[in-house]
Ligand binder design. Structure first.
Ligand code: PLP
Length: 381
């Protein structure tokens, strides 16, 4: 594998809009839990492309499914039926226990679909969402994102949104009135600091009249040790949004509506040219097929290994999360820890000023977890 010369690899950098504070690391190849930079240096990818590469880079099963579909049909439009989208809808319905799917291309789009669906189904425009929550950057998704610094440059946004603190049942109940059609929650606030919701809070939300929507863009598809994170919370939501890990890195998003709440979208109510793309859906079918008990046992085992090894390190204030979505509250700046880890060949994420986030591929091995622990111990001791 020859390295790509740095001048070739970085050409065009200044022609990209500076919407991201990108690290100066040109990623050119990936396999399993590893990626390589343009100089041929290997890194252990414990960010997983921000919780996206659920089965590891270049996993042969979704790769074969996508390749087979690429050679058959890339696009047909939603004027016609296609087999991969119907197969994926059926697989996701089975996992949910009876649901209809709308397919789109990203997490934010899946949230937009949920917001529109709730309005159409209930006739109410109000939404209760969480302080610190994150649902995406499009105007509707940003309106329900509980991070004012992200919202403020773009006000006025969509009206009718009330924010309550995670796990504050009293505030949640007080925020719901006749205008509210949707309570939208992340089972674990991901970008907002890896904050798990408590079962009692979620049960209280489910008992209220509005539709209950879970944004599982980050927590879904096995990330927390069950196919959906809500399976560990003792409730069944009306709506679920999915994206990130669903097609192992090909663009896809999905809104699932459980059968009890189904039937409110009619032709013309919503759409997306690329939604249900056959290649993405074929890869996603392969991913969903791979999320079995053995893989989920591995997620829980690797999670326990990480939690046990990191617990009590002097540089760590607290540890939280579920499965392979782990937040490490550090005394230092999280950005400094991320930079130090990269120098040692380990890629990790932040989720706030003092939260380092781990979201490795769900297929990460025990040896790779040991390697990551070695690096984190070196930095956080
Ligand atoms: N919802 C959640 C919970 C997310 O974590 C994200 C992205 O991080 C989004 C929605 C937005 O997804 P996308 O970036 O694919 O639009």
């Amino acid at each position: 594998m020859s390295a790509v010369p740095a001048d070739v690899a970085s050409r065009g950098f200044e022609r990209l809009m500076p919407t991201y504070a990108r690290a100066d690391l040109v990623v050119v190849r990936g396999e399993g839990s590893q990626v390589w930079d343009a100089d041929g240096r290997a890194y252990l990818d414990f960010g997983g492309g921000i919780a996206v590469v659920s089965l590891g880079h270049l996993h042969p099963v979704p790769l074969a499914a996508a390749r087979e579909q690429l050679e058959r049909l890339w696009h047909a439009s939603n004027l016609y039926r296609t087999q991969p989208a119907e197969r994926l809808a059926s697989l996701l319905s089975d996992r949910f226990g009876g649901a209809q799917a709308f397919f789109c291309n990203s997490g934010a789009e899946s949230v937009e679909a949920a917001l529109k669906y709730a309005r159409k189904a209930t006739g109410r425009f109000g939404v209760v969402a969480l302080e610190g929550g994150f649902h995406g950057r499009t105007c509707g998704a940003l309106s329900v994102t509980g991070q004012s610094a992200k919202r403020e440059p773009f006000v006025p946004l969509v009206p009718g949104v009330r924010f309550v603190e995670p796990n504050d049942i009293g505030a949640l109940v007080a925020a719901v009135d006749d205008e509210v059609g949707l309570i939208l929650l992340e089972p674990i606030l991901g970008e907002g600091g890896v904050i798990p919701l408590e079962n009692e809070f979620v049960e209280a939300a489910a008992a209220l009249p509005p539709l209950l929507g879970f944004d599982e863009v980050q927590t879904g598809i096995g990330r927390t040790g069950s196919f959906f994170a809500f399976e560990q919370l003792g409730v069944r939501p009306d709506l679920v949004t999915l994206a990130k890990g669903l097609a192992n890195g090909l663009p896809i998003g999905a809104l699932l509506v459980g059968d009890a709440a189904a039937g409110s979208f009619a032709p013309g109510d919503h759409g997306s040219t690329f939604g249900g793309n056959p290649v993405s859906c074929a890869a996603a079918c392969a991913v969903v097929g791979m999320i079995d008990d053995e893989l989920l046992d591995g997620v829980r085992a690797r999670s326990a290994e990480l939690m046990t090894a990191l617990q009590g390190l002097p540089g760590i204030v607290s540890l939280r999360g579920r499965g392979l979505l782990i937040g490490i509250e550090v005394r230092a700046s999280a950005a400094d820890v991320v930079a130090a880890a990269a120098k040692h060949g380990l890629l990790v994420l932040t989720a706030g000023e003092h939260i380092v986030r781990l979201a490795p591929p769900l297929t990460v091995s025990a040896d790779e977890v040991d390697e990551a622990i070695d690096v984190l111990v070196r930095i956080l001791c």
